[in-house]
Design a protein around this ligand. Structure first.
Ligand SMILES: NC(=O)C1=CN([C@@H]2O[C@H](COP(=O)(O)OP(=O)(O)OC[C@H]3O[C@@H](n4cnc5c(N)ncnc54)[C@H](O)[C@@H]3O)[C@@H](O)[C@H]2O)C=CC1
Ligand SMILES: O=C(O)C1=NCCCC1
Length: 317
């Protein structure tokens, strides 16, 4: 099955990935470089098509295929990710992922890695990069809408990198928000409504499976920064039109946002810049304005994260 002379691929499961990537912040330098390279066109050496998403109509799910090559990292991967809107079995996570890592010199498969930990951590790390650049000065209140996997990874890196006077959480089912507040290492205020959670917040993270708006421009403090992480289908929303139109809009990928993001497509909001352009300094950050970073997730982020884990694993760290 494997070419003569090439070793069989290794399997790096979730526990091992977690061990090598115990803090999402370990990825920050590689992700910043990858975002800048992605937004530099062919000169940046990133090859990454907009992902293919196959709907699994009968079961309310989707399969995403996310290939990328980053020349700067010499990393060649594809992630396969499933996400299910209506979970039939709540013991199964809504998102499950696997990353295949290839040897770019000859195409041999080197490793199969659990992709769920990578997805959680690289997404939160990219939101942290956006926040560092776009948040208002003296941000004191963090608000997280949603209490699933991404809520935990965002909480971890945000409280590692920034100092808050108050962290608030809201979830559609309050029990999950209470569980979140009781599980994390630090005080968290559980809010009974999204509006209560958002009012006066300086930084807002939306990490829900909502398909209609849960965050309204009317509630948002002028100058706040929003990381909009959910709603990755062209007919799904987390943010209302008012917020989308009255904020300065940053995206990870223009092509992806105009293909996949209901918040962008249906609101008709104008994209101001890709995050990579701000990292490079070719577009300003405008932290004094109300800013939205619409994150859809990019394959190159998985490529650099998988390479990081594989290199650490190979070095026996
Ligand atoms: N931008 C990116 O790179 C990535 C984005 N995502 C997206 O982030 C979001 C969160 O992902 P996970 O935390 O892994 O999911 P999860 O299933 O672990 O958590 C989702 C949360 O949303 C809540 N929820 C479900 N339906 C809702 C609704 N209709 N209205 C309001 N809340 C609702 C659930 O109670 C749960 O707390 C999803 O939309 C996911 O697709 C996930 C991975 C990467
Ligand atoms: O980037 C990812 O990985 C995902 N993005 C949107 C939803 C599915 C997973």
């Amino acid at each position: 099955m494997f070419a003569m002379g090439s070793a069989p691929p290794v399997f790096i499961g979730a526990e091992e990935v977690e061990k090598h990537l115990h803090r999402a912040s370990l990825l920050l330098p590689a992700l910043e470089a990858a975002l800048a390279n992605f937004s530099s066109g062919s000169a940046g050496g990133v090859a990454q098509p907009v992902r293919t998403v196959v709907p699994v109509h009968r079961h309310g799910g989707f399969l995403g295929v996310m290939p990328a090559y980053s020349a700067a990292d010499d990393a060649l991967t594809t992630k396969l990710v499933t996400f299910y809107e209506h979970k039939k079995d709540s013991s199964v996570p809504s998102h499950q992922a696997t990353v295949l890592l290839f040897d770019p010199r000859n195409g041999s498969l080197k490793a199969v890695l659990d992709g769920s930990v990578i997805t959680a951590k690289r997404t939160a790390a990219v939101s942290a990069i956006a926040t560092k650049l776009l948040m208002p000065p003296f941000a004191e209140v963090l608000c997280i809408l949603g209490a699933g996997v991404q809520a935990y990874s965002h909480y971890d890196i945000f409280t590692e990198l920034f100092t808050f006077k108050e962290v608030r959480i809201w979830n559609r089912t309050k029990e999950k928000a209470v569980k979140f507040a009781n599980s994390v290492n630090g005080p968290v205020q559980v809010c009974s409504s999204a509006q209560e959670a958002v009012t006066g917040a300086d930084i807002i993270v939306t990490v829900t499976m909502a398909t209609t708006p849960i965050l309204f421009g009317d509630w948002v403090k002028p100058g706040a920064h929003i990381n909009a992480v959910g709603a990755s289908r062209p007919d799904w929303r987390e943010l209302d039109d008012e917020l989308m139109k009255n904020s300065v809009l940053f995206v990870d990928s223009r092509d992806a946002a105009l293909t996949e993001s209901g918040d962008v497509i249906l609101s008709g909001a104008e994209i101001f810049a890709e995050l990579g352009e701000v990292v490079k300094g070719t577009k300003p950050a405008l932290p004094e304005k109300t800013t939205v970073f619409k994150s859809l997730g990019m394959a190159v982020e998985d490529a650099v994260a998988a390479k990081f884990v594989y290199d650490s694993w190979s070095a026996g760290n």
